[in-house]
Write a protein that binds this ligand. Structure first.
Ligand code: MG
Length: 370
């Protein structure tokens, strides 16, 4: 790895996007998304970027908490850090040791570090991680209470994920949606909204209606590992664990309990790409499937997640449609093509993604020695 000058400035800014369709899950409804962009500047004036999403009800992080975390304990770690004397993995560990939780803040900083290192090495991030795929398939989410024809043109995607859990009529809605695309397997995500009996009755009704369920994601509360294991035994339908697995320790408990078939890795949960790689290794050893998802992030955050996805599971259909909801951007460009998220081949991780950062964005910065 080539020389990267020391990091001399850590800056944050609020990144606002309007969505073309309201995004509704069992937990929230939103028309506008705001996240925190992180910008690291090295002594040569090179900049690396990352993104931290506000997700009160999953990670507990807010815009203000991400800013405080990045400008405080994480800046302490990053300012003056030089990858010539310390490998990136050490920076990831130091970020993880600096704070409890705060996965989105840590991930934003780690992504920005990796962006700098990959730029210096003149390779795309995915290549720095050891991956070779330059695009990954993604599903598109049909929002809770949403339907085809209600703003979601899903025709460009090959896989649909339907959010459920808000409404007793959810099962009928899923059946209606799948009848619009007969024979196509559907994935559903309840975002923890069901209890064991509701989940069991819903799965039973969907199977009885002839729906091909690819998987059921997080039907039960995050803590209910035994309930997820019971659903697997009853129906044999694959279970995806999302909110149940933040860290590698969560993964080990879920494996011991037999709770899931697939793990949905998100950078804002695990704290960054290095942690995601470790989770992927252990999940694979335990014969679990892998998918990579994201929070409601812009193309900036999704680009980092897509590089991880392309590295650990290039053939899976991932859950990386988040940036599609607010695109196209000011230049009309989009990384989404034919149901795939196409990675930027330029050095670093976020060259194309920077189109989402307006010139006028107002940055708050902390410099080395401050
Ligand atoms: Mg989910």
């Amino acid at each position: 790895m080539g020389h990267v000058a020391r990091i001399v400035e850590v800056a944050t800014a609020r990144l606002v996007r309007q969505l073309h369709t309201p995004f509704v899950t069992a937990l929230r409804r939103t028309n506008e998304v705001v996240s925190v962009a992180v910008r690291l500047t090295d002594g040569d004036g090179r900049t690396g970027f990352g993104e931290g999403p506000q997700v009160w009800r999953v990670t507990g992080e807010s815009l203000a908490s991400i800013e405080a975390c990045v400008q405080g304990p994480l800046a302490e770690v990053l300012l003056g850090w030089d990858p010539d004397t310390e490998p990136v993995a050490h920076a990831s560990d130091a970020l993880a040791n600096a704070v409890v939780g705060n996965g989105g803040a840590r991930s934003a900083c780690e992504s920005a570090v990796l962006d700098l290192v990959a730029q210096e090495a003149r390779i795309p991030l995915v290549q720095l991680l050891g991956g070779t795929a330059m695009s990954v398939a993604t599903d598109v989410t049909v929002a809770a209470q949403g339907d085809f024809g209600e703003g979601v043109d899903a025709s460009q995607f090959r896989q649909v994920k339907v959010k459920v859990g808000l409404d007793p009529a959810d099962v009928d809605r899923v059946i209606r949606i799948t009848r619009a695309a007969p024979g196509v397997p559907v994935r559903i995500d309840a975002n923890q909204a069901w209890d064991l009996e509701t989940a069991s009755a819903s799965i039973e009704a969907l199977l009885a209606a002839g729906v091909t369920l690819e998987f059921v994601e997080q039907p039960l509360p995050a803590w209910d590992l035994a309930g997820h294991a019971e659903l697997r035994r009853r129906w044999g339908t694959p279970i995806v664990l999302d909110e149940s697995v933040f860290t590698i320790h969560d993964l080990r408990r879920a494996i011991d309990a037999g709770s899931g078939d697939i793990v949905n890795i998100k950078l804002a949960k695990c704290g960054g790409i290095h942690a995601g790689l470790a989770i992927a290794r252990e999940a694979t050893e335990a014969a679990l499937g892998l998918m990579v998802g994201s929070m409601m992030e812009s193309e900036l955050g999704v680009s980092a997640a897509a590089a991880l996805a392309a590295t650990i599971s290039p053939d899976a259909v991932h859950d990386l449609d988040a940036a599609w909801w607010s695109l196209p951007g000011s230049d009309g460009g989009s990384p989404y093509q034919g149901g795939r998220f196409v990675l930027d081949p330029s050095p670093g991780s976020t060259h194309a993604a920077r189109r989402v950062i307006p010139e006028s964005l107002s940055w708050s910065s902390r410099a080395h020695g401050q």
